[in-house]
Design a protein around this ligand. Structure first.
Ligand code: CAA
Length: 259
């Protein structure tokens, strides 16, 4: 797994896309290593929050690997698209929160990877875009779906049809990212946020993620039913009893157990 690095620090994990020769482009090999890292953190009960970033200081991920894609047949392209989408959906539906620390170019599959994460923090020098139509293709790892859900539809269509990149301040303005930081402060800011999330009950955070995601796929009534289920299931956890005991006994320094 050398195309993706995985570091664990207490209750947080940092996944780094590491294909610097191609500005961290997502070859099949990179996607396979990313899937392995995602499965590792997903199954590690001591990891409560995850950060995804890119190696180096120039690029988060510059997209799918154009050299690998160029000669694909329709069937091979479908297989590549399905695999990229499978890995990104695993991130989106993972039982823990994922923060994208976008440290540079987030183009095509790079923007799509960031959008599969729960929260996007970016360097103030980052560049976002979906350049695919300029290559003769559509986005292939969820961009047509997630961008149109994250930002106003007309803005998503403008970004996709013009294939023009947008700079970090514009990405902040349209709500594609939550916050910008000087490049050298980005990873620390992401870690600070991840550690802040990790102080809360992990199962309650996971349940909140599931409720938001499942709710967005359905009607309000269906979403409310999902929330009732996720909310009530929390009452079967040790952390719910502990968290409420801490409040009632004025204990400030809580240590949830993910149980
Ligand atoms: N795939 C393969 N290789 C890539 C790549 C990509 N997406 N992006 C960059 N590289 C490679 C370049 O070919 C170059 O390799 P060589 O050194 O061997 O020539 C190396 O990375 C450095 O890139 P540049 O010399 O181009 O660097 P630059 O600073 O001049 O430009 C850039 C940076 C603007 C990001 C430019 O590299 C670029 O436009 N990259 C492609 C971005 C793109 O179109 N992404 C969408 C891909 S399609 C997609 O993602 C489909 C999907 O949804 C699944």
């Amino acid at each position: 797994m050398d195309k993706v690095l995985l570091e664990k620090d207490g209750n947080i994990a940092v996944i780094t896309i590491n294909n610097p020769k191609a500005l961290n482009a997502l070859s099949t090999e990179v996607l396979q290593d990313l899937e392995a890292a995602v499965n590792d953190v997903k199954n590690d009960d001591d990891i409560y929050a995850v950060i995804v970033t890119g190696a180096g200081n120039k690029s988060f991920v510059a997209g799918a690997d154009i050299a690998e894609m160029k000669d694909k047949t329709v069937e091979e392209a479908a297989e590549y698209g399905r695999f990229g989408n499978k890995v990104f959906r695993e991130i989106e539906t993972m039982n823990k929160p994922v923060i994208a620390a976008v440290n540079g170019f987030a183009l095509g599959g790079g923007n799509e990877l960031a959008m599969a994460c729960d929260i996007r923090l970016a360097a103030d020098t980052a560049v976002f875009g979906q350049p695919e139509v300029g290559l003769g293709i559509t986005p292939g790892f969820g961009g047509t779906q997630r961008l149109a859900r994250l930002v106003p539809t007309g803005i998503a269509k403008e970004i996709l049809y013009t294939a023009r990149n947008i700079k970090a301040p514009k990405a902040l303005e349209i709500g594609l990212v939550n916050a910008l930081y000087p490049a050298e402060e980005l990873l620390d800011a992401a870690k600070k946020m991840a550690k802040g999330i990790a102080k809360n009950a992990p199962k309650a955070v996971a349940a909140s993620k599931a409720a938001i995601n499942k709710g967005l796929d359905g009607t309000m009534d269906e979403g409310i039913n999902v929330e009732v289920e996720e909310f009530s299931n929390c009452f079967a956890t040790e952390d719910q009893k502990y968290g409420m005991d801490c409040f009632l006994n004025k204990v400030k320094d809580k240590q949830f157990k993910n149980k």
